[in-house]
Design a protein around this ligand. Structure first.
Ligand code: SAM
Length: 329
């Protein structure tokens, strides 16, 4: 299979294992990612968002038993799952796993790790996280209003909704969720929480629906879709984490260009797949700066998107935008 930068190919066809879904999450743009990162036998690869291990298995197969796969994830359960899945492969690479936010990749890389030849970040959440009502990520199942991708630390969505003033809530719902009814939803949240704490996904979903009034019936998406996305982004500081990651890549690219040791190897390939326009903007700008500075070259003239076949099999792939660079030294 050949992937021209910016072209669309069918991941599921390229990697038949992706078509069946025993691990609860279909890896998006799997064939394209492996082709762009081009890991070879014995290399050191970092999967910053191990998730259910879908991409990790393919990357691990490429580096083989002589290679090293370093897995990161904020979610300890996903990290363990991905590690176990890769370890069970024939000719599995050496694996190290790190429970951390990828913004700290440069600090958290286990000591003695050889510089990475290829790095992947597949942003957002895994289907299994959304499908688990106890994680509070979905308006379609009632559960605690949590939304943390790392359930061991940080403020829950219920705490955030209780703490922020009405204006901050409206700004989050408007900017991260692009919901035209953001102000009305924030007002409804403020009025409701003055009477009763908002502690479940069901409560929040009906409150948002109520805020839409008669327009709820005309809405193509469930009225709560945008509010839930916005709060998830805020609870997990997803844009801050991505800014931290691209800064870590930029610092490493600068160090590599000046011949200093860093966590990225000379010629390292870095791929970031985003699902939100604000994320894609951060990646696009950061990569463009590195290319302009002469530290990296682009591997994707345009962002790579999923084929209609892949979107048909996995609707989550619809908004994926994949960008990749290679360090020039
Ligand atoms: C889309 S899923 C990855 C799926 C994976 N590529 C696969 O094929 O199974 C994203 C994963 O990244 C994790 N994650 C999200 N933001 C993170 C961050 N800032 N640092 C580390 N992990 C993060 C989530 O917990 C989730 O497990």
């Amino acid at each position: 299979m050949t992937t021209r930068p910016g072209s669309r190919v069918d991941s599921a066809a390229a990697h038949p294992s992706a078509a069946s879904d025993p691990h609860g999450h279909r890896p998006v743009l799997l064939g394209e990612i492996v082709e762009l990162l081009a890991p070879t036998s014995g290399e050191s690869v970092v999967d910053l968002t191990a998730g259910r291990g879908g991409h990790a298995v393919a990357l691990g197969a490429s580096v083989g038993a002589a290679g090293l796969l370093t897995l990161f994830d904020r979610d300890p359960a996903n990290l363990d799952y991905a590690r176990a899945r890769v370890s069970a492969m024939p000719a599995a690479p050496r694996i190290q796993s790190v429970h951390a936010d990828f913004r700290s990749v440069a600090l958290m890389m286990p000591s003695g790790t050889p510089p990475a030849n290829a790095v992947l970040a597949d942003l957002g959440f895994a289907s299994t996280q959304v499908d688990d009502p106890s994680r509070g990520l979905a308006f379609s199942h009632d559960g605690p209003l949590d939304m943390r991708l790392d359930p061991t630390r940080g403020e829950t969505a219920a705490q955030l909704v209780a703490r922020m003033d009405e204006r901050e809530l409206a700004d989050i719902i408007f900017h991260y969720g692009e919901d035209p009814f953001a102000r009305r939803i924030a007002r409804n949240i403020a009025q409701t929480r003055a009477r009763v704490p908002i502690s479940t996904t069901g409560q929040l979903a009906s409150l948002v629906q109520e805020s839409y009034g008669a327009r709820a019936a005309a809405s193509r998406l469930h009225p709560a879709t945008r509010t839930f996305m916005a709060l998830r982004i805020a609870v997990n500081d997803e844009l801050g984490a991505l800014e931290g990651l691209v800064a870590a890549v930029r610092d490493a690219a600068l160090a590599a260009a000046s011949g200093s040791p860093t966590w990225l190897a000379a010629g390292a390939r870095v791929a970031i797949m985003s699902f939100h326009s604000l994320e894609d903007r951060i990646v696009k700008r950061a990569f463009a700066q590195m290319i302009e500075a002469g530290w990296a070259e682009s591997l994707t003239r345009k962002p790579v998107e999923a084929s209609p076949t892949e979107v048909g099999a996995n609707p989550r792939a619809r908004s994926a935008k994949l960008r990749a660079i290679r360090l020039v030294r």
